[in-house]
Design a protein around this ligand. Structure first.
Ligand SMILES: [Zn+2]
Length: 203
């Protein structure tokens, strides 16, 4: 969904149930029907209507009321249900000209396959396959965090006023980051990266 805040707020709010439960219930006068609705939501948005609110050099021409109105299309409960939020900064010219070789996609793909294999083995006796599908019970079993990570998580919860749902998401994402790093235990560095992906919790 490109330009997420341009969608009607009512249409966006309807996404909350399928994002949470992987199903959608359509109710009519005499009956209600539940359909499976598991999907991956990928959405993008600007920081304000003109697009330059967080730009390091260009000046934003929007009033604070306009920005507030734009951002208010996205409710806290909807953002809470999106696992990863990433702020993308403008690419500097030096970076575009940098001839340094980036890691090839095929190597990244291999790392992802290995992390998915780990998850399949982990959930061998479950009815699901991935970290993102873990419920509270499995989080307690599979997301053991080292003590430095625990205290980092506690500080983030207090400082950013994160919800219980955001806490669970940070655990799941840090489990995946640890899997990609082939680490059995979730360490502080994995928790720190996962917290970084909750940037929209602050708006
Ligand atoms: Zn602007």
């Amino acid at each position: 969904m490109d330009e997420l805040p341009e969608f009607k707020r009512t249409a966006l709010e309807v996404l909350r149930q399928p994002l949470e439960d992987g199903s959608v219930v359509i109710s009519r006068a005499k009956m209600s029907v539940e359909y499976p609705a598991e999907f991956i939501l990928v959405a993008s948005m600007n920081p304000c209507p003109c697009g330059y609110f967080t730009h390091p050099e260009k000046k934003c021409t929007c009033s604070s009321v306009t920005i507030q109105k734009y951002l208010s299309k996205l409710s806290g409960p909807l953002l809470d249900r999106i696992d990863i939020h990433i702020e993308v900064e403008p690419v500097k010219l030096e970076m575009l000209q940098d001839a340094k070789e980036e890691e090839a996609s095929v190597i990244i793909q291999e790392r992802i396959y290995q992390a998915r294999d780990l998850q399949m083995q982990r959930f061998d006796n479950q009815l699901f396959l991935t970290n993102s599908q873990m419920r509270k019970k499995q989080l307690q079993v599979y997301c053991k965090v080292d003590s430095a990570g625990e205290s980092l998580l506690k500080t983030a919860m207090e400082k950013l006023h994160l919800s219980g749902r955001a806490y669970d998401k940070i655990l799941k994402i840090s489990r995946t980051i640890a899997d990609l790093a082939k680490s059995d235990q979730i360490k502080a560095e994995h928790i720190a990266e996962a917290i970084h992906y909750r940037s929209l919790d602050k708006i």
